[in-house]
Design a binder for this molecule. Structure first.
Ligand SMILES: Cc1cc2nc3c(=O)[nH]c(=O)nc-3n(C[C@H](O)[C@H](O)[C@H](O)COP(=O)(O)OP(=O)(O)OC[C@H]3O[C@@H](n4cnc5c(N)ncnc54)[C@H](O)[C@@H]3O)c2cc1C
Length: 394
C-alpha cells in the first residue's frame, strides 16, 4: 500500500492551491485528479483582487500567459435600481475564464511544484485510507492528512458534515452564444448581471463575440421538473431577462443549454483529526459574489499552511485545526449573509428572493440587519487584520 504525507482529493482551485503550498514546503503530496470526461464546465469571472493570491501561490505568471479574456468591468441591472456600469482601470482587470482550461493551468503549477498527480476518482475514504479508482485499477493510499477539495461532490463532507439548505435550491442553465454583429467594443470584457422576479442571469465573455449566458432558476418554481425540454425552459427564462435582449438579438445559441447545481450549502465542521474540508467541499457561496474561486484559492492556501504546521509540529494540532475551523466558518458565514442582502435588494414580495433573504444559523433564521455572526467582507478592517496574531502566525 502506498503512503503519502498528504492526499489532496480534487484538482480544482482549492486542491491545486493546497497541493502547491505543501509540495513547495517539501512534503510528499498526492493530488487525485478526476478526469473531466463528458462533464461541461462553466465560464466564470475571477476578480482583480484574486491576482494577489495568485502571486502568493506562484500561479500568476502561468495564468497571465494562458491568454484569458480580461474582465474589464460589470454592467448590472439589479431590481428597480438604475443600470450600473462599472469599468475597471486597465491595471486592475480580472480574468474571464473557461474553468476547465483555468484549472488545467493551476494543476500544471502544482505538478511543477512537486505534487504527484494521480488521474482517478476517489471512491471511499476511511481515514487514514483512501480508495482510488485509477483508470479501472483500484489503489489504496494512506496519509496522516487527507484534504477534501472535491467541491460539491464533498467526498468526506457528505459523511455527515454537509448542511444543505432546502429553501435554497438553484439550478444554473448555461448556453454559449456567438454574436452575428459585433457587441459594443467598450463592453467586450464586461460581465453582465440582471435580476428579475423569478431569478437572475449573468453573462461572461470568453473571446471576442463569444459569451456564456447563464440563468439561475429555482427548480421548485420553474417547470424544470415538469417535462419541459431544457431548451424550452432556457428560452422561457431568458425572455424574463429584458436587459440581455439587445445583446442576444444579433447572436446565435451555439452550444447548450446544460444544467449545473448551484444550491447553497455549508458544513457543520471544517476540520478534524486527519482531515480538512477545503473550498467548496465545505461551503458553496452565492455565485453572484464572483468570489468562489478566490475563496477556494484562499482556503487551499490556508489549508496548506495549516497542514504544513501539523506535519512539522504535531503538538500544534489542536491550535492549528481550531484556527482553520474559525477562519473558514467566519468567511462562509459572512458570504452567506451577503447573499441574503442581495436577495433583499432584488425584490421583496417575490417568492424566489423571499426564500433567499434569510440565513439559517445556529438553529435560528436571521434576516439581514439581525445577523449575529461576523460582518460582511466590506466591513473588514485590513489594518486590524494585519496586526491580528492569528494572521501573523499563519
Ligand atoms: C453557476 C455557477 C457560477 C459560478 N460563477 C463563479 C464566478 O463567476 N466566479 C467565481 O470565482 N466563482 C464562481 N462560481 C463558484 C466556483 O465555481 C467555485 O466556488 C469553485 O470552483 C470552488 O473551487 P473548489 O476547488 O473548491 O471546487 P471545484 O472547482 O468544484 O473542484 C473540485 C474538484 O474535485 C474533483 N472531484 C470531485 N469528486 C472527486 C472524486 N471523487 N475524486 C477525485 N476528484 C474529485 C472535481 O472533478 C473538481 O476537479 C460559480 C459556481 C456556479 C455553480
Amino acid at each position: 500500500m502506498r503512503r503519502a504525507a498528504v492526499i489532496v482529493i480534487g484538482a480544482g482551485p482549492a486542491g491545486c492551491a493546497a497541493a502547491t503550498v505543501l509540495a513547495e514546503a517539501g512534503h510528499d503530496v498526492l493530488l487525485v485528479d478526476r478526469p473531466a470526461g463528458s462533464r461541461r464546465a462553466l465560464a466564470e469571472s475571477i476578480p482583480p483582487s484574486a491576482k494577489r493570491l495568485l502571486v502568493e501561490l506562484g500561479m500568476d505568471r502561468a495564468v497571465a500567459a494562458a491568454g484569458f479574456q480580461p474582465w474589464t468591468g460589470n454592467s448590472v441591472w439589479w431590481a428597480d435600481a438604475p443600470p450600473r456600469v462599472e469599468t475597471f482601470t486597465p491595471d486592475a482587470t480580472g480574468y474571464q475564464v473557461e474553468r476547465n482550461r483555468f484549472d488545467a493551468v493551476l494543476r500544471d503549477v502544482a505538478i511543477a511544484a512537486g505534487a504527484q498527480r494521480l488521474p482517478g476518482v476517489v471512491r471511499d475514504v476511511d481515514l487514514p485510507s483512501v480508495t482510488i479508482d485509477a483508470n479501472g485499477e483500484v489503489a489504496q493510499v494512506t496519509a496522516p492528512w487527507v484534504l477534501d477539495c472535491s467541491g460539491r461532490a464533498g467526498v468526506i463532507a457528505r459523511k455527515g458534515l454537509r448542511m444543505s439548505e432546502p429553501s435554497h435550491r438553484t439550478v444554473a442553465l448555461a448556453g454559449i452564444w456567438r454574436a452575428t454583429m459585433p457587441w459594443p467594443p467598450e463592453k467586450e470584457g464586461h460581465t453582465l448581471v440582471a435580476s428579475h422576479a423569478d431569478g437572475w442571469a449573468w453573462s461572461v465573455p470568453v473571446a471576442s463575440g463569444l459569451r456564456y449566458v447563464t440563468l439561475m432558476v429555482d427548480p421548485e418554481r420553474s417547470h424544470l421538473t415538469r417535462g419541459a425540454s431544457a431548451l424550452d425552459l432556457y428560452r422561457a427564462e431568458l425572455d424574463k431577462v429584458a436587459p440581455f435582449a439587445p445583446w442576444l438579438e444579433h447572436a446565435l445559441l451555439e452550444d447548450g443549454p446544460w444544467g449545473a447545481d448551484a444550491s447553497l450549502y455549508g458544513a457543520s465542521q471544517h476540520a478534524g483529526p486527519g482531515f480538512l474540508l477545503v473550498g467548496d467541499a465545505a461551503a458553496f457561496i452565492d455565485p453572484l459574489s464572483s468570489f468562489g474561486v478566490k475563496k477556494a484559492l484562499a482556503s487551499g492556501w490556508l489549508a496548506g499552511v495549516v497542514v504544513h504546521t501539523l506535519l512539522i509540529a504535531p503538538e500544534m494540532q489542536a491550535a492549528a485545526l481550531s484556527f482553520f475551523e474559525a477562519r473558514e466558518r467566519a468567511i462562509a458565514s459572512s458570504f452567506r449573509q451577503q447573499a441574503a442582502r442581495y436577495a433583499v435588494d432584488a425584490g421583496e414580495g417575490h417568492p424566489f428572493w423571499e426564500a433567499r433573504a434569510s440565513v439559517p444559523e445556529g438553529g435560528r433564521v436571521f434576516r439581514p440587519g439581525e445577523f449575529a455572526g461576523p460582518e460582511g467582507p466590506a466591513s473588514i478592517d485590513t489594518a486590524l487584520l494585519a496586526r491580528d496574531p492569528d494572521v501573523l502566525s499563519a
